[in-house]
Ligand binder design. Sequence first.
Ligand code: ZN
Length: 338
Amino acid sequence: MRAAVYKGKHRFEIADIPTPLPGPSQLLVKVHSCGICGTDVHAVMYEIAPPGSVLGHEFSGTVVKTGPMVNRWKVGDKVVGGGGEPPAGGEPAARVHPRYNYRTMGFQGGRTRAYAEYVLMEEWEPLALPEGVPEEAASLTEPCAVAVHAVRNSGLKLGDTVGILGAGPIGMLCLQAARAAGAAKVFVSEPAPARSRAALSLGADAVFDPTKEDITGRMVDLTDGKGPDVIFDCAGIRTTLDQAMNTVRRAGQVVLVAVPWEPLPLLPADWMAREIRFHSSWGSSPGEWKISLELMRTGRISMKPLLSESSFIPLEGIEKAFEALMKPSTQLQMVVRP
Ligand SMILES: [Zn+2]
């Protein structure tokens, strides 16, 4: 099968590698779409991805082969590439390890993933594609579940005001999840015009350009001098976490959703006296994949504004797409169609 193999030093090679054969309780899935995740971009950017690996964990596809012990799926079933409940003892380290460190322990395994024509899955891993959810949208269930997790784990209450810093795919999904959870007003900070248009079309009450506007001033003004109740940092760049702390209301909550890979400058003397609650959010649980699919099926979360014609690329386009995504990006979601 054809696959985009990571070669190290930010290079990919489209190679013919053996199509995997499913073991007794495994499935072979033909990949329909696979989203390019910020996690993969970081893995390449900071050279954490081992050379020789095939990345890509946001996918949907069709079962084309099943192992002899598989009884939950049959050939032709359409699946979402994750969200199944792992068997007892098989929970990922990120969810159960008492001292889990993503930076040093996050990329162990080196399993061949879905920037390829086919991908192997354990029988318990996928979820069925719900009727009415297109496969392109379903491939983005994982990032959607990350946003659903961030909102469910926050202190957001019905009628609260929310700030979102960064309207990349995760920011736009957090915006929609916050809306679905009952946020009365959502204000967004985003410099890229295409992304801010998408955020407005998804129901943001206002989008500010942080390169031209004073984000703290604008959000504080629009909340009667208080600041938003909850701020989701979906950018995780040098300025945003400190900005979130400075902008949130007294005793409000800042949720860090993006993963900063470099030290961030903070000046706590500026905001400590307001007794802010800080919360980091990580990944998602299988239940949140199901919630995400249900929110998509019922139209409360839409992938449409995240996707444009230029979002879809063939395997050959991966290296270029990563090059673009490693720079401050104006892209909406990118999706590989192997
Ligand atoms: Zn992802």
